[in-house]
Design a protein around this ligand. Structure first.
Ligand SMILES: [Zn+2]
Length: 565
């Protein structure tokens, strides 16, 4: 494939429209921040007073009003949720029709050309016949509970992740990637569907879970329809058919155990992935590999325990942290952990991260040994992070602070990839459209995210607002990242705003010192959420779980032993 000038891709055409985020920043920086909101009550964006920022949390229910809706501008010409159900059957027909008319080929060419334009490596490409084909395979590596700041490529000095760091050095790393929820089920569902949590319906709240809406197409379904071999190697019930999360995966290799200590570890997960790749690696494939090791309990293999654990724990494999009963008691507030215990636990967690990194390295080397590395788009991210007293708490699912929602996102797009670091804010909903674009298949029209192909080509198009919500436990919380700030509003608490560039650890609440901006963001957050809810959200549907599944989730501390989901 020869280099060619940049040509407009579909995503660039769509995103060339003015963006609210840009307008927001322009007004904020040059024309008086927030005046837009304050001076335009006629638009329906009624600004709240400082005292009005206190609970109840705005936007936790549909307003029913006719407020001027605000949605991310890339969604304004779409129907992100309303009518999804009635459009779902039509969606399939549209997709089939468009792929049959050659739109796919032109879309693919545009996507690859814009990516190639600033960094083709013809010599490298000539060595791999797959690069001349029109479509690429995809390997999606999802690491459960992996904090971005534990990776060397994200600034850690632990030395725990040489393999991921090496992968990042030849890939495109997104420095400001965010999950849309701080726990597994809704976060993974946003990755799969390119929708925000209220729109895809998967999540709920401890212990009342809800399954993925049947009207939210998944990225795996897109690849399956395009004729790809699709496989998922997963290690938690939330990623199974029980929660309707395996739609589109022909092969589902799910391994669970009756407790949270004997889960399939990273070695066995990599073994399963390599076995699947030996069978399907020379077909067009879409493979999801889910690593669970950094999740509780923390019990790294001896080699990693010796390297990373606290001195008193290095030779004592008996001390594992995060057993079920302890976590349930901790969440309920009946017990607490002292700081020393949490710091000891964090060191074990670091060992789990290092062990997982080792196995990810083995997986990536396996691609090379199969001769498919440069013909495969490889993306790595995490569903959420983990807190170690960053804001006084522990574990995940309970806040929207960066230790839980700032996630690693690293993408290698095959031969010709020019390593970069991207500063612009992106969200997990952008992943599915990007994988489709890089592979050369049509994204679902329901995907709300944007293709990041321009970012990969070194032509990022600026930030887009990122919506997020929780919580799995603790008080319900919503958040918005926009204009370099994150606003977090938790029920029963005063909203907080943080300047992420100067305060990435979110220790200095700027809501009072920058009240106009905070009020503006709060109103935008409310409007976005009201809009999503007023357009209709999936009816909460509980999963049908067997006694065995209930027992497993209880073993992970996800269900109180006295609760019925
Ligand atoms: Zn998770």
């Amino acid at each position: 494939m020869a280099c060619a000038p940049v040509v407009p891709s579909r995503s660039t055409e769509r995103d060339s429209k003015p963006r609210s985020g840009d307008r927001f920043m322009a007004r904020g920086e040059t024309a008086g921040y927030g005046s837009d909101c304050l001076e335009s009550p006629g638009r329906g964006e009624r600004c709240v007073s400082n005292t009005g920022l206190v609970s109840p949390l705005p936007g936790l229910r549909a307003s029913g009003s006719n407020d001027t809706p605000w949605l991310p501008p890339w969604a304004t010409n779409r129907t992100p949720l309303a009518g999804l159900a009635r459009e779902s059957s039509r969606t399939t027909k549209i997709w089939l029709a468009s792929s049959a008319t050659g739109k796919l080929a032109s879309f693919l060419s545009a996507a690859i050309l814009i990516f190639c334009a600033t960094g083709c490596n013809p010599e490298k490409e000539q060595g791999n016949a797959r690069d001349t084909e029109s479509q690429r395979s995809v390997l999606l590596v999802l690491v459960d509970t992996l904090r971005a700041d534990k990776l060397g490529c994200y600034g850690s000095d632990l030395g725990a992740t040489p393999n991921i760091d090496d992968f990042a050095a030849r890939s495109v790393l997104f420095e400001s990637a965010f999950a849309h929820a701080p726990w597994t089920l809704p976060s993974m569902a946003s990755i799969f569907t390119s929708l925000f949590p209220p729109q895809h319906g998967a999540g709920g709240r401890f212990p009342d879970f809800t399954v993925l809406s049947p009207d939210a197409p998944t990225v795996a379904e897109q690849f399956q329809r395009a004729g790809y071999a699709t496989g998922a190697i997963v290690n938690v019930d939330f990623l199974t058919d029980t929660f309707k999360m395996t739609r589109g995966f022909k092969d589902v290799d799910a391994k669970f155990y009756g407790n949270n200590i004997e889960m399939r570890n990273a070695t066995k997960t990599t073994d399963a992935a390599l076995a699947w790749l030996k069978k399907h690696g020379h077909d067009r494939f879409f493979l999801l590999v889910h690593y669970f090791d950094p999740h509780l309990v923390y019990n790294p293999p001896a080699e990693y325990r010796r390297r990373f654990a606290a001195p008193e724990d290095r030779e004592d494999a008996a001390w594992v942290f995060g057993k079920r009963k302890d976590m349930i008691d901790y969440r309920s507030g009946s017990i607490s952990f002292d700081d020393e215990t949490i710091h000891r636990a964090e060191k074990l967690y670091n060992g789990e991260v290092a062990y997982t990194d080792h196995e990810i390295g083995r997986l990536l080397r396996g691609l090379g040994e199969l001769g498919i590395e440069t013909s495969t788009v490889t993306a790595m991210t995490a569903d959420h992070g983990e807190e170690f007293l960053d804001h006084g708490g522990f574990e995940h699912g309970h806040t929207l602070f960066n230790e839980l929602v700032h996630v690693p996102l690293i993408m290698y797009a095959g031969a010709g990839t020019v390593p970069r670091r991207i500063k612009e804010v992106v969200g997990h909903i952008d992943l599915a459209p990007t994988l489709c674009a890089l592979a050369g298949i049509e994204p679902s029209p329901t995907f709300l995210g944007r293709s990041l192909v321009p970012h990969l080509a070194g032509k990022p198009e600026g930030d887009h607002p990122v919506y997020m919500e929780g919580n799995f436990w603790g008080e319900p919380t919503v958040g918005l990242v926009e204009g370099g700030r994150k606003l977090v509003a938790q029920r029963g608490q005063t909203a907080q705003m943080f300047h992420l560039a100067v305060d990435p650890k979110e220790q200095m609440d700027e809501r009072s010192s920058d009240a106009e901006r905070a009020n503006y963001m709060l109103q935008r957050l409310k409007t976005l959420r009201d809009r999503m809810l007023s357009e209709g959200v999936p009816t909460p549907t509980p999963p049908q779980m067997s006694e065995e599944q209930l027992r497993r989730l209880r073993s992970l501390g996800y269900i109180d032993s006295k609760s019925k989901p």
